[in-house]
Design a protein around this ligand. Structure first.
Ligand code: COA
Length: 412
């Protein structure tokens, strides 16, 4: 039985900050950002967006051409969760009108949660071949202002449908995995910003790559040159280069010129260079970037994928690109979404960053900004209220957003 990715879509907010603006403000040479870490722009979520709205926007497009009644599970990976108890998957399930006979739940393990979902979906569709799994990966990467992590922020969501009718990527069954208890990056419940020891994280990432690769190689019998392209988890683009050169050295392929090695990863970096980190979505944004921006026909090419989630867990796996994959991609829509974004000046970036939803239980109407098809309309009676195309829906009752009171103090 062939199992793999049938559809793939992403969403990134309408607003971005050019890292040149950040560099000027922070007194840093812009080359450090553009070249040193390989990032040019970072997406900034509007105050009326959260992981649910971003995921719903991506999922809306991933479900085009899919019979919604066939969705048997919604697996939502995030490390920017909005509730300690209720899964973000249920909000998206509701917004998209998915069938009642469906499992909907949330998965967490830093940036690797989406890959855990993907792994789990393989077993689910093998047991239920008539059903499909909707995987959502959605995050806002957020660090303290004026910290080393600030330039590696970003936001976005990826959505994919996994089934026994893959049209884009046929996933191979061999996986290499790795777990180690480390404190390289974490976010305690009382903080909105992640804590990170960036240099240490790079070391652990490479160690996890070594170990996951070894198991993958043992399981699959494949070597480095059995893969045509590689996609790595992207906390910042330069990490992909470090990882790929590391893997080439590890497998004794470092006699290959750097230029040739880097051509195996470069096309996978175009999207994240201008969106920044999107944590759980980042690897899959990289995969879309490779498939959608490559000038070559990738049919039959094997792609190696490495997922890393701090803390840490990692996985190495691979897939083969299927004939006709291009017509199932959303290349033009994605390009348009990226091109039509609006640049923020530094003051607006700070305003967006400093916007907080009330934490004292008061009702709140969210200021309206440019978003995708779904937005967070506000909070009422401690419940988040989401909106599609101007029609507010409170899922716990039939009330609409018009019942909300504006809370300008909380918005400040
Ligand atoms: N021109 C070109 N390159 C420059 C430069 C300049 N003027 N100044 C510095 N650089 C290069 C450095 O040489 C370095 O490259 P290298 O790593 O290849 O040696 C790179 O830019 C970064 O410089 P560094 O001094 O290490 O930056 P930093 O202390 O600000 O830290 C990160 C960078 C990426 C570690 C930091 O942004 C971070 O921790 N981000 C979060 C990452 C994360 O989320 N990790 C966890 C999940 S995997």
């Amino acid at each position: 039985m062939r199992i793999g990715i049938e559809t793939l879509a992403f969403y990134t907010p309408h607003y971005f900050l050019d890292l040149r603006t950040l560099a000027e403000k922070r007194g840093v040479d812009v080359k450090k950002y553009y070249d040193g870490i390989g990032q040019e722009k970072m997406a900034v979520a509007a105050p009326d967006e959260d992981v649910v709205t971003m995921a719903a926007n991506a999922a809306h497009h991933a479900l085009e051409g899919i019979d919604r009644q066939s969705i048997g599970a919604v697996m939502f990976a995030t490390e920017s969760g909005i509730d300690q108890s209720k899964a973000a998957a249920i909000y998206v399930h509701s917004l998209l009108g998915l069938p009642k006979n469906c499992m909907s739940f949330e998965i967490k393990q830093a940036c690797c949660g989406s890959t855990a979902a993907l792994q789990m979906s393989l077993g689910f569709v093998a047991q239920n071949p008539k059903k499909k799994v909707l995987i959502l990966a959605s995050d806002v990467a957020r660090y303290d202002l004026d910290s080393p992590g600030e330039a590696t922020q970003g936001a976005g969501a990826a959505a994919m449908v996994v089934s026994v009718e893959p049209r884009i990527l046929d996933l191979s069954p061999e996986w290499g995995t790795y777990t180690e208890d480390v404190m390289d990056f974490w976010r305690p419940n009382y903080r909105e910003e992640a804590l990170v020891d960036g240099k240490y994280s790079i070391k652990v990432y490479l160690r996890a790559l070594t170990e996951a690769w070894r198991e993958y190689q043992q399981e699959s019998g494949r070597d480095f040159d059995d893969h045509d392209y590689y996609c790595y988890h992207l906390p910042f683009n330069k990490m992909s280069r470090k990882a790929h050169l590391h893997l080439a050295r590890l497998t004794h392929h470092d006699d290959i010129p750097d230029e040739e090695l880097l051509s195996q990863i470069e096309e996978g970096l175009s999207y994240s260079r201008v969106t920044g980190n999107s944590y759980t979505a980042s690897l899959y944004l990289g995969l879309m970037s490779l498939l959608e921006t490559s000038r070559c026909d990738l049919t039959g090419k094997r792609i190696g994928l490495f997922s890393y989630g701090s803390g840490c867990m990692a996985a190495f796996f691979s897939g083969v690109v299927l004939p006709g994959y291009r017509k199932h991609l959303q290349t033009e829509r994605h390009r348009r979404m990226l091109c039509e974004r609006e640049e923020l000046d530094f003051a607006r970036y700070e305003d967006f960053y400093l916007h907080h939803l009330p934490t004292d239980g008061s009702d709140y109407e969210t200021p309206k900004h440019e978003t995708g098809l779904y937005r967070l309309a506000g909070i009422k009676d401690h419940k988040r209220i989401y909106e599609f195309s101007g029609a507010a829906v409170d899922r716990s009752s039939t009330e609409t957003i018009s019942g909300l009171q504006k809370n300008s103090v909380a918005a400040a």
